[in-house]
Write a protein that binds this ligand. Sequence first.
Ligand code: ADP
Ligand code: MG
Length: 235
Amino acid sequence: MSADGTPVLAVRDVTKTYPGGVHALRHVSLEVAAGELLAVVGPSGSGKSTLLQLMGTLDKPTSGQVLMRGHDVARLPDRQLAAIRARWIGFVFQQFFLTAHLSAVGNVATGLLYHAVPPRERRRRAEVALRRVGLGHRLDHLPHQLSGGEKQRVAIARALIGDPPLVLADEPTGNLDSVSGAGVLELLHELNRGDTAIVVITHDREVAESLPRRLEIRDGRIHHDSAARTVGVPA
Ligand code: ADP
Ligand code: MG
């Protein structure tokens, strides 16, 4: 929770039905508090990426609400929503999505494009962020000169450089060998020390088990949330 107790993110009774009638999410509710580190785990096709798209305001639910720090995203004008997405949410994807012609520093600096920071200062902060993820020796490398694990570290530095309250990572270890994957997870743990909440979407049970809270999704429903309090059982 933030100081006033408002969760960073609240998903309330959200349903998502794609054209053609696929019920990707059914009555999903969850809250993410400031600084939480949690896994959303479930088999392929269970609705994880759909949930990430909705949590990231990249798509809208068919019914129900998504609230970012208490703001109902469906009620925000497009411009304000774009600003919230750019400043409050960092994204990390399985495929990295780095810009091929930009160096590691250049890629990380794009994470500050909406922060009214002058270019030189963006570059300086990008260097600091890259050192933080262990890539101080790769500042001017282009994406094709980096290993998969290094690319994902660049993407993580880009997601975190603006110090957003929420980072959403969709299968961040999905394209990595087990050693690089473990390194990326360790890094996410380290970076979670501050106030940034990190949601890791994964189909990998082992990855999920390494995180403090696990939310299991099956057939578009929350099957289990390890943070859910038991209701109605006397102490
Ligand atoms: P996961 O990430 O857990 O593998 P997804 O959220 O990608 O699951 O998909 C959930 C369900 O929604 C699947 O049945 C998938 O085929 C379907 N789906 C996902 N995206 C779309 C789309 N854009 N249009 C139609 N169906 C989709
Ligand atoms: Mg997916």
